[in-house]
Each structure stands twice: as structure tokens, then as C-alpha cells.
Design a protein around this ligand. Structure first.
Ligand SMILES: [Zn+2]
Length: 375
């Protein structure tokens, strides 16, 4: 998630001076659930009230899509109720997740994870009159306070607080313009070949390389290659992975020495494909010659941060485990700690409607990239 986020307001149906706004987190991203013995996934676009008040509707329903939003800013006639919870914590709660993934209450859930989420806060207007709360968008009563009870004191401010912080798009190394999407936390300098991460609000250099190929007219697609210490299971070498996933390969002394790297897409893609690439590349362990020259290459944008990729390691483990019924109950107690990560651009050649990876031969459809932009 980027530091800061956009804050929007839904307009009341009729302008009034006694309106107060309740905060809702609006989150889009990929949701993965390890339930029973499978890894499930879906694309999520959801909202959730962040104020913890009995009378507040739990979600905004279709309102963010159906109505015109405007930026929330300080207003003498408005009152913004404080948020009680952060978006991620709120959505990862069991009851919220049950709705997100339409799980039945009987299903045993071992892991809930959000990857590549974009998050904003939407303020919805309400007002209070004659011991009744009204939804000011619909101009309809939603909750009546019993005669012998008092309305709760709402805590909040006239000012909704800071908006997303924009990072100057200038290379700290050479002053050249940086390229990157507005939702991307990774920026590339095509002048000095440095790559920068803005996730913490400051630009920090990232280790980056390009897998070399002799092929012409290729498209370079970004992936995160990570090494991690995994507390709770022995998974340090490629030989460990062969045993963990029961891969059809003989364990050689070379594999016993080869440090295992986890690979994750560094771009948003359908969750089913994300999972496939996570598994496929971690099994394949590509090892082509690499360079650090980015100039004049066709690079696809990085839309998934290093931190998000690190969170996907547990999902990779769940998908790679051969004995899922034994492994899933341990997921909660397994901690992953990324010790090294590098952004690696892998070349793909176009073949009809597909892109084929030049070293490993697996393919991605052209539509896979288009879909990712909408998440
Ligand atoms: Zn530069």
C-alpha cells in the first residue's frame, strides 16, 4: 500500500448543515484463502465501515460505483467521524472475510491474505434528527434511538486529514524524470538505470536486473526474486523444495547446495494466473545471465511492491505443499522473513495472442496484462 491514500466524499442528496460523515475503507485487490485443503482466490472490490458504530451500515454497497465522488477536504459545515481501524486489519477479520470469499461458517480457514490492494477512504453523509439517524445519500431513516437511551457522542474532526502524498518524480541520483504509474511504488530512471521504491514515502534504491537474451523485439516483464528464512519448516535449498512439493526430480548434491529463491509477479494479474506464476517460477528457478542496463528496453510497469510480493510467499508455500492436510494447520505459526530481494525483468517474445518466456518457454496471454490494470 502506498503511504497515504485518497480520501473522498459522497454528496448528500440535499445539502444541509447538520451532516456528519462516516468513514468507509474501499479496497480493491486479490484475496487468497487457504480453506480446507485448497488455495482459493478472487478479485475483491469492497467497502467496510471503519467507525464501529451500531447504527452504521456495514458497507457502502454499490454507492462508490454509482455516484460521483469528490475529494474530502476540511469544511466548516461538515464533521468527519474518526476511523477506528486500519483497512487491512478490518478486512482480514474473520467475519469480513467470510463475506469477501463467501465462505460457509463450517469451513476451516487456515490463512487469509490480501495481495496488491489499493485502498481509499470514502466518507458517506448521515444526519441525526428527532432521535433518529438518517442516511443523507438516500435521505432515509436508518436507525432510531430507543426513548430511554442517549445518542452516542461521535468523535471526529472538521478536517479529514492528509491526502495521499505525492512523491516528486525526479531521480535522486541524476535528476532525470522517473517513470512509473501513479499507483506504483516502483519508479525507474531510464537515464542512470536506477530503480527506486517509494513505499515508505521516501525514494530508496532497489536491486534490479534484466535477464539477457539474444532475441529481438522482446517485452520485459517484472518479477520479484526473493530469498527468505522460513521459521517453522526446513526450506532453504532447492532439494528441500523437491521434497516439500514432491517434484519429479532426483535430489542431487548440487540441489542440496542450491539456495532456494521464491519468485512472484511484480505486476497485478488475475489471481489464478498470479498463483500459477508464483508456483511455476519457484519450481523452475530461472537462472539466466543478467545485466543491469535498462536503457531502450520495452519494460512493462511494476505494479506490485516488494512488500506485497513478500506477503505472497506464504501463499506460494500453501500452493507448493504436497501434504496440504498436514501443512495448512501449521500456516498460522509459519513466519517468513525476506533476507534478499531483487527485481528481475524476464524477456517474453510475442507469439500470436501470447507472450512466451524466452528462457523457460511458458506463456502469458496478452489479455492477462490488460486485466491487471483494472485491479
Ligand atoms: Zn537517474
Amino acid at each position: 500500500m502506498t503511504p497515504g491514500f485518497f480520501q473522498f466524499c459522497l454528496p448528500p442528496r440535499v445539502p444541509r448543515d447538520d451532516v456528519f460523515y462516516l468513514p468507509y475503507w474501499h479496497v480493491r485487490g486479490l484475496a487468497f484463502t487457504c480453506a480446507n485443503n485448497t488455495v482459493r482466490f478472487r478479485v475483491v472490490d469492497t467497502s467496510r465501515c471503519a467507525a464501529e458504530l451500531d447504527f452504521a451500515p456495514p458497507t457502502l454497497g454499490l454507492r462508490p460505483q454509482a455516484m460521483k465522488l469528490h475529494f474530502a477536504s476540511s469544511d466548516q459545515n461538515a464533521f468527519f467521524v474518526s476511523r477506528r481501524k486500519e483497512a487491512r486489519d478490518l478486512l482480514l477479520q474473520a467475519d469480513a472475510w467470510q463475506k469477501i470469499d463467501s465462505l460457509s461458517a463450517r469451513e476451516q480457514v487456515w490463512l487469509r491474505e490480501f495481495i496488491g490492494e489499493t485502498c481509499s477512504c470514502i466518507y458517506a453523509p448521515f444526519y441525526y434528527k428527532n432521535k433518529t439517524y438518517y442516511d443523507a445519500v438516500l435521505d432515509r431513516p436508518i436507525h432510531r434511538i430507543p426513548i430511554n437511551e442517549k445518542a452516542p457522542n461521535l468523535k471526529g474532526k472538521r478536517d479529514p486529514g492528509r491526502q495521499i502524498s505525492f512523491i516528486p518524480a525526479m531521480c535522486p541520483q541524476c535528476g532525470w524524470d522517473l517513470s512509473g504509474d501513479k499507483e506504483t511504488s516502483v519508479f525507474i530512471c531510464h537515464n542512470c538505470d536506477n530503480v527506486w521504491d517509494s513505499e515508505t514515502g521516501k525514494l530508496k534504491p532497489i536491486d534490479c536486473s534484466v535477464a539477457e537474451t539474444d532475441e529481438k523485439d522482446v517485452l520485459y516483464v517484472p518479477f520479484w526474486r526473493m530469498q527468505a528464512n522460513i521459521e517453522g519448516i526446513s526450506l532453504e535449498t532447492y532439494a528441500d523444495l523437491i521434497r516439500f512439493s514432491n517434484l519429479p526430480k532426483a535430489v542431487t548434491s548440487e540441489f542440496e547446495q542450491q539456495r532456494l529463491s521464491f519468485w512472484a509477479p511484480a505486476f497485478k494479474i488475475k489471481p489464478k494466473l498470479f498463483l500459477r506464476l508464483l508456483q511455476q517460477l519457484t519450481i523452475l528457478q530461472p537462472n539466466p545471465a543478467e545485466s543491469t542496463h535498462l536503457k531502450n528496453l520495452r519494460l512493462t510497469p511494476v505494479s506490485l511492491s516488494k512488500k506485497e510480493a513478500a506477503e505472497s510467499i506464504k501463499i506460494a508455500l500453501a500452493e507448493l505443499a504436497v501434504k496440504k492436510h498436514l501443512f495448512f494447520p501449521q500456516l498460522e505459526n509459519i513466519h517468513t522473513n525476506v533476507t534478499a530481494s531483487r527485481l528481475v525483468f524476464l524477456p517474453f517474445r510475442q507469439s500470436g495472442y501470447d507472450f512466451v518466456q524466452c528462457h523457460c518457454g511458458f506463456s502469458l496471454s496478452r489479455s492477462a496484462f490488460k486485466f491487471g490494470r483494472k485491479i
